[in-house]
Design a protein around this ligand. Structure first.
Ligand SMILES: Cc1cc2nc3c(=O)[nH]c(=O)nc-3n(C[C@H](O)[C@H](O)[C@H](O)COP(=O)(O)OP(=O)(O)OC[C@H]3O[C@@H](n4cnc5c(N)ncnc54)[C@H](O)[C@@H]3O)c2cc1C
Length: 326
């Protein structure tokens, strides 16, 4: 939806869609279906290259280099790369989870990060459903997303750091699939303490804008990138640029803070504690709502959170609170 709003049709690079998602937790499993695609699957190199080509169509200059250092003063920003030095008025930084620029601003880039491992596996498994399984890893989930042609994006992510490489390979083999190269990478799940200076703003993983519940960050990277461009367009000077951006990202920061509590509730209280007793605090419809609507970027957490908790649990808690207070 976000891409369509900026005039980009992602269709040519979508490898596969899932209109059916199987969710497994310690209390059981259920299937979520929708007539619209719930999850769209792309290959990152194809998707990123496609976006680059659209940007080139719009006339942007593209330079390949690696940022080594960044410095700034009242009038400009200087970036020292491996090949060259670049001087400009403003920088929209989008150099990912290990951002050199976020670090240069004074952030601890190791703080508040989840970790995920993935591989492209081959073989024969379900081709028409995506699987989200919370029983394979603590404080997170594993996924199986079919890419078509016998290829599957299989991964595991957790807010609890660890080396899940072997666990992932065992999982892939258990599904009857053959693993490919296994890649692991941090995912920042809380916005950085210092998000801007007068002439620099952090977006995407550089800014710590991934979702702590789902681990999704592509939508938020594109969204914060668009907000940074908007902030720049609206600004009359450096002070405005930073202020505009902070104002524009503020609702997103609130949304992702809510997602942080949802992740603690989902993976901690619900899956690890209640799930072991065969119970879940979350309603199937509400969880379906989260996967169908929040993951696809249609709504935000505040709009689904109430529907996620079972009404029987809310009634029970209300009764207990009333009794405690009288
Ligand atoms: C295993 C795994 C699976 C994931 N699956 C999903 C998913 O299914 N859906 C989803 O939405 N999100 C997913 N995520 C999260 C998602 O990948 C990130 O949140 C998202 O890519 C962030 O986008 P970004 O543009 O900010 O950073 P990136 O995509 O990491 O891009 C950063 C770019 O900056 C470049 N760069 C880095 N350092 C420098 C430097 N010093 N100089 C110049 N360039 C530099 C990098 O080469 C890269 O091209 C997953 C993450 C992991 C680890």
């Amino acid at each position: 939806m976000l891409l369509q709003n900026v005039g980009i049709d992602p269709e040519p690079v979508i490898r596969n869609y899932c209109g059916k998602v199987v969710v497994v937790n310690n209390a059981g499993s259920f299937v979520i279906t929708d007539s619209r695609p719930i999850i769209s699957i792309v290959s990152r190199d194809e998707f990123d290259n496609y976006l680059l080509l659209r940007a080139l169509d719009e006339g942007v200059d593209y330079v390949v280099d690696r940022v080594m250092r960044i410095s700034y003063d009242e009038d400009s920003v200087k970036i020292v790369g491996v090949n060259d030095t670049y001087i400009g008025k403003y920088v929209i930084a989008s150099d990912g989870a290990n951002s050199v620029i976020a670090k240069a601003l004074g952030n601890d880039i190791r703080a508040n990060t989840a970790i995920a491992f993935m591989t492209i596996a081959h073989g024969n498994y379900f081709d028409d459903a995506c699987i989200i399984d919370m029983t394979r890893i603590k404080w997170g989930y594993s996924w199986v997303f079919p890419r078509g042609d016998g290829e599957y994006d299989v991964g595991m992510g957790s807010i609890h750091w660890g080396n899940y490489r072997t666990q992932l390979i065992n999982y892939v083999n258990k599904l009857g699939l053959r693993e490919g190269v296994v890649l692991g990478h941090p995912i920042p799940i809380k916005h950085r303490k210092i998000l801007t200076t007068k002439r620099i703003v952090l977006t995407g993983d550089a800014g710590g804008f991934a979702d702590p519940t789902t681990g999704e960050g592509i939508f938020y990277a594109m969204y914060t990138g668009a907000l940074a461009a908007l902030a720049l367009r609206k600004s009359g000077g450096p002070q405005d640029f930073s202020r505009n951006y902070l104002n524009l990202v503020d609702p997103l920061i609130r949304n992702l803070s809510l997602a942080y509590y949802v992740s603690l509730g989902t993976y901690g209280i619900d899956n690890l504690i209640m799930g072991r007793l065969g119970m879940s605090a979350f309603s199937i419809d509400g969880t379906g709502n989260l996967i169908k609507n929040v993951m696809s970027g249609r709504v935000w957490y505040s709009q689904v959170i109430k529907s996620m908790v079972k009404s029987s649990l809310i009634k029970g808690l209300t009764v207990i609170m009333r009794k405690t207070l009288t």
